[in-house]
Design a protein around this ligand. Structure first.
Ligand code: ATP
Ligand code: MN
Length: 536
């Protein structure tokens, strides 16, 4: 259970260049919660959860994420506007400035680790300027036992100073905030932003390099759970497509909600020790597991509450990206440790705001590779901007911003693993039905859940054997019937009541797929190219 590591021990961090700091080492979540309140950096919601505002940044800043170009990374990283190079001496200079800034201050230090499979454990020491950021690290990373803490040997170091502002002209950053990975020194340096997601995604990006390059393991931006039958399912998808929501299923044990590795020993494991759920429009009725996880120990981010500590989850005045982090044991039904065997089913989640992709379809191996490399979802403009046109968004491997290697490296590993394991791959549209964003509505969560259950228990396949309908534009195999889902929902065209509009929009999306895929064509074989949309 929860290793609280309440300890009176302290450590010196002078060797990191942080001199004469008042070190709060390994404080319990409870203490960090109280410290945050005392410092006026947060409030308590009536659920008992801590509520904080992350400040200027309420989301990650991909344009300010750098990787130091060094002997380890220079020939391996896929450099460009996703993996932006940073000079090693600029890093050293900036590191000195940040550690200097933290010197003499009160800081929060936590020893933790990533990777739930003991053979892949990555020890991490986190140094935070703020207590709530350190509590986030407690929630999201794995918690060492007291025995593991004895003689803890940190491998990676995270230095997190939200209050430090870089001087772009001098420091080599784009602006005042930055998240920089240094593989030679094994440091993630984060400054100028209080958004906690940078902390977890920094280590995710590091593992996305380390695991495939050194450990023959495929890192994946996916959630995972396991049924009573011991069968694992994994759910890939970009932000907001439903990884966290759909993996929290009372009928199945949660393995993890966002980041996993698939080993060469036919197992998968969670990188993390907690969940980081979106809470926009959260309701106890639709998402009871997540709702009930919001209790003492959880940290709500950027939500709005009244003077009684009642949170209004519909209020997006701070951001649409309101969040809660909690340790995984806040969910009732979890797999311990967070490890599973080869997946039997893989779901690619997409929130298609054009409302043209079928709510579920079964992919051929070629389509699976094509859709993995494409990594499609749609972005809908914030309602406050008054723009209601969705735009297609393609992010290779359903997580390009976190992938230091060329996307085809991950795609090749996934294709091989899927074939070896005999996995069934499904594309699930958790987005719009009955028309595009602005006209139709979001797919009902209970229908998506029913489709996924039916795919997993075999009843979807049994009901449709040899009778999938091939979509005339996307070439996808659409089931005609699904237990507990009205059949009309399964045909997006039918839900539109406007064939002409439907096909026009479907063709447009299909051609966006094709345009996006051009840059990958030279790496793709015939089988993968046959997975492309048929028209467009
Ligand atoms: P991130 O990578 O940012 O953590 P995620 O893939 O985990 O994103 P979720 O946090 O699960 O995404 O967000 C999905 C959001 O969409 C939730 O707010 C959920 O309530 C909402 N939603 C509405 N309808 C559906 C549906 N049919 N399936 C899944 N999610 C839905
Ligand atoms: Mn999530």
């Amino acid at each position: 259970m929860a290793a609280n590591n309440q300890t009176t021990k302290t450590i010196s961090i002078d060797k990191y260049g942080i001199k004469n700091a008042k070190v709060n080492y390994q404080l319990s979540a409870e203490n960090l919660h109280q410290e945050t309140l005392q410092k006026g950096q947060g409030k308590e919601a009536n659920s008992g959860a801590l509520a904080v505002n992350t400040g200027e940044f309420t989301g990650r800043s991909p344009m300010d994420r750098f990787i130091v170009k060094d002997k380890i990374t220079e020939d391996k990283v896929w450099w460009g506007n996703i993996n932006i190079p940073f000079e090693a001496d600029k890093f050293d200079a900036l590191y000195d400035k940040v550690t200097n800034y933290l010197s003499e201050k009160e800081v929060y230090v936590r020893d933790s680790y990533a990777c739930a499979d003991k053979d892949y454990k990555l020890n991490i020491r986190v140094i935070n300027e703020y207590p709530w950021s350190n509590m986030f690290a407690y929630n999201m990373f794995l918690r060492p036992t007291d025995a593991e803490l004895e003689g803890f040997d940190p491998e990676w170091l995270i230095v997190n100073a939200p209050g430090f502002m870089a001087d772009a002209a001098v420091d080599g950053t784009r602006q005042h905030n930055f998240a920089i990975l240094n593989f030679e020194k094994k440091i993630a340096l984060i400054g100028g932003t209080g958004y906690t997601g940078e902390i977890k995604k920094g280590i995710f990006s590091a593992l996305n390099f380390i695991l495939p390059v050194f450990k023959n393991t495929l890192p994946m931006h996916c959630s995972a759970n396991v049924g009573d039958d011991g069968e694992t399912a994994i759910f890939f998808g970009l932000s907001g497509t439903g990884k966290t929501t759909l993996s929290a299923d009372p009928e199945r044990k949660l393995i993890g909600d966002d980041e996993h590795g698939w080993t060469s020993e036919n197992t998968i494991f969670n990188f993390e020790g907690g969940c980081y759920a979106k809470v926009i429009n959260l309701s106890a009725e639709n998402e009871p597991d997540i709702y009930n996880a919001i209790k003492p120990g959880a940290i709500l981010e950027n939500v709005v509450m009244d003077e009684n500590g009642d949170v209004d989850f519909a209020d997006t005045s701070v951001t649409q990206n309101t969040r809660v982090s909690y340790p995984i044991f806040h969910i009732d039904n979890i797999q311990e440790p967070s490890v599973g065997k080869n997946p039997k089913n893989i779901f690619f989640l997409t929130a298609d705001a054009f409302g043209v992709l079928p709510p579920i379809s079964k992919l051929t191996p070629g389509q699976a590779a094509y859709h993995f490399i494409s990594g499609y979802t749609a972005k809908v403009a914030g309602t406050e901007a008054g723009v209601d046109k969705p735009t297609p968004s393609f992010s290779a491997c359903f997580g390009a911003p976190f992938m230091p290697l060329h996307p085809t490296k991950y795609a090749e590993m996934l294709s091989k693993k899927m074939k070896d394991a005999g996995v069934t791959v499904w594309l699930v549209n958790t987005g719009w039905t009955g028309g595009p964003y602005g006209v139709g509505s979001r797919m009902k969560l209970k229908y998506t859940r029913a489709m996924i259950s039916a795919a997993m228990d075999g009843s979807l396949e049994a009901a449709n054997k040899d009778n999938y309908h091939v979509h005339s534009v996307f070439g996808l195999n659409q089931p005609r019937t699904c237990p507990n889902v009205p059949s009309e929902v399964l045909s997006p065209r039918g839900t539109w009541n406007n064939d002409e509009g439907y096909y026009e929009t479907a063709h447009k999306l299909a051609s966006s797929f094709k345009t996006n895929f051009k840059k990958f064509e030279e790496y793709a074989n015939e089988e993968i190219m046959a997975g492309a949309p048929l028209k467009g």
